[in-house]
Design a protein around this ligand. Structure first.
Ligand code: ATP
Ligand code: MG
Ligand code: MG
Ligand code: MG
Length: 576
């Protein structure tokens, strides 16, 4: 590639609405251009990195035995009706009507379409297992698109779906994807952690997120530095750490006056400092059996915020014999409280929180005096309104850190992460809803056991930059850099020798398959260097008259402090 024929459009300053480093640098490097909130053009330089990410993912998915296909962006409501998700998805799913007044949506994910494919194409157990994947545009009308490609509305996802005969086989498919993800994120050159994630209504322990470690991450991870234990704080297990601070007796003693719960009461009850911001913390039910197990049908969730009043909400029906129960959706809670969306905190209310401490839970029902009365809730609370965005990690660091790790191998620490991948065992949730069956060996129809596996292709770029940057720009891991090497000739238009040697080097690197760009724009060295450091090309070779007299070029890796002189014919090993 010759820079003169390419589009290099760097900016000195990022647009003022850019919030985080990766977003600023991607805009300044000319990798993306904003078209609307959360909607970007991927410019030629940006697309190069995206294609490299995709290539690694594709290779590893194929290696793991998955098959690529593409499912439509535009999907009919009928399929989504079959699983009930047309109604459940809420405003994140962008819907519209065609000219015949038929309902459609832009795909936020593709379980329905792929399950429909499976029920038509896979008839016999002999055809199983199967794993289909696509690398496709997704649209999610995110409540708060931000941070550039990290939380876009239109973005690229790799989504895969496995179909198996039984749960055991589905477990093998899950493990194969977990292993493939490990290889993918290793190859991408990112520092990441696989963390246990919420399994929602499905239950079990087969849901893991791959989190890139970064201070700007929106997720909070609790982990044990001495063992493999790592979990998203959303997970009940992690949340329960907080509540375990409130023994039942304490809860009894501290039961506040009906209807007049103050923040002090709540803080005391939970055993956390008053200034701690705690959100969506305690689960309560109005009925517990003799053994202390929740028996009743109504589950309540207390929402607490440091210096603000308390609120509570009825979150769903509890089935004591099942691990999962339905929780209110964020939309329902927003409606119930009239609170600002986005303040519900990373302990998502969409996530089921298991009953935390049975006795406490029982007592909490008294505590929320009137919890049994339909539609009662404490008044005067303005939780969530006009407050700065909560900083969950900072808020609960002191509550989490130092607690024993659930695996007993050390103590817990907390850090931030960016969710770049998610593997999830689905069971028969979709196949049962859509009656997708195959004939098993015994001649009977069975529902497919499914798993789904997502990777945020475009988000990976943002996450990689959050992890790898300096004051001059991006420091790409070589595997996903838009170019591996840049050749900067000094005196392009003035010196025939510089031009010839630079071009010869360019041709020879290209011939060996190195992704090289020749900066033939005839710019001053300072301009060239600033551009390529901003864009983050890992290797730079400078060719000028002075060096050529000695037969050398200047070589500098993007991460090196200084350039070194290298004989021109010995450059290649440095770059490989
Ligand atoms: P998040 O918790 O960040 O909203 P999610 O759990 O809703 O993500 P999944 O449904 O698990 O996302 O989708 C699979 C992957 O797609 C995620 O792990 C993430 O990397 C990526 N992804 C999800 N939403 C976005 C988005 N708005 N912009 C860019 N990438 C996204
Ligand atoms: Mg999401
Ligand atoms: Mg998530
Ligand atoms: Mg996820």
């Amino acid at each position: 590639m010759r820079a003169s024929q390419y589009l290099i459009s760097t900016l000195k300053e990022a647009p003022s609405d850019a919030e985080v480093t990766s977003q600023k640098l991607m805009l300044r490097a000319g990798m993306i251009r904003k078209v609307a909130a959360g909607i970007y053009s991927y410019m030629p330089i940006g697309l190069r990195s995206i294609r490299k990410v995709e290539a690694i993912i594709r290779e590893e998915m194929n290696r793991a035995g998955a098959m690529e296909l593409t499912m439509p962006m535009v999907q009919p409501a009928e399929l989504w009706d079959e699983t009930g998700r047309w109604d459940k998805m809420g405003p994140e799913m962008l819907r519209f009507k065609d000219r015949h007044e038929r309902d459609f949506a832009l795909q936020p994910t593709s379980e329905e379409v792929v399950t429909d494919i499976a029920r038509q194409e896979l008839k016999s157990y002999r055809q199983l297992p199967k794993n289909f994947y696509q690398i496709q545009t997704k649209f999610r009308d995110e409540r708060r698109p931000r941070f550039g490609v990290m939380r876009g509305r239109e973005f690229t996802m790799k989504d895969a779906y496995s179909f198996d005969r039984n749960e055991e086989a589905a477990g093998r498919s899950y493990d194969a994807m977990y292993a493939a993800y490990t290889r993918i994120f290793d190859r991408l050159g990112l520092e990441y952690r696989a963390v246990a994630a919420d399994t929602g209504a499905i239950g079990g322990d087969r849901s893991h997120e791959f989190q890139v470690i970064a201070d700007t991450g929106e997720d909070a991870i609790v982990y044990c530095p001495d063992s493999d234990y790592a979990a998203n704080i959303e997970l009940a297990e992690a949340v329960s750490l907080l509540a375990s601070r409130a023994p039942a007796s304490q809860a009894l003693e501290k039961t506040p006056t009906p209807g007049k719960a103050t923040c002090e009461d709540v803080a005391a009850l939970l055993g956390v400092p008053l200034e701690t911001t705690v959100k969506s913390l305690v689960l309560a039910t109005d009925d517990v059996d003799e053994a202390g197990h929740p028996n009743g049908s109504t589950v309540w969730l207390l929402l607490v915020r440091g210096d603000h009043a308390l609120n509570e909400v009825k979150v769903g029906k509890l089935d004591p014999f099942k691990a999962g129960f339905r929780f209110a959706t964020e939309a329902e809670i927003v409606e119930h409280f009239g609170c600002k969306p986005g303040y519900l905190g990373p302990i998502g209310l969409k996530q089921p929180v298991k009953v935390i401490a049975d006795r406490t839970v029982a007592n909490m029902a008294d505590f929320i005096c009137g919890a049994n009365a339909e539609d009662f809730h404490l008044t005067g609370a303005n939780w969530g309104r006009d407050l700065p965005e909560p900083d969950l990690v900072a808020d609960i660091r002191d509550v989490v850190e130092g607690n024993p790790s659930p695996d007993g191998k050390g103590v817990l620490a907390i850090q931030r992460g960016i969710e770049v991948g998610h593997v999830f065992y689905l069971g028969t949730k979709y196949s049962a809803a859509m009656n997708a069956t195959f004939l098993d060996e015994d001649g009977r129809p069975k529902h497919f056991e499914m798993g789904c596996y997502g990777i945020g292709v475009t988000r990976i770029l943002g996450a990689a930059i959050e992890q790898n940057n300096d004051e001059r720009g991006i420091l790409w891991p070589t595997a996903i850099a838009p170019f591996e090497v840049v050749i900067c000739p000094v005196g392009w238009s003035k010196s025939d020798e510089v031009r010839e040697r630079a071009t010869a080097l360019y041709e020879s690197l290209r011939a060996t398959g190195i992704d090289v760009i020749l900066d033939d724009r005839n710019e001053r060295p300072g301009v060239m260097f600033a551009d390529w450091e901003l864009i983050g090309v890992p290797h730079r070779v400078v060719i000028g008259d002075r060096g050529l007299k000695e037969g050398v070029a200047e070589y500098q890796a993007r991460t090196d402090a200084e350039a070194v002189k290298v004989p021109v014919d010995q450059l290649e090993p440095l770059i490989r």
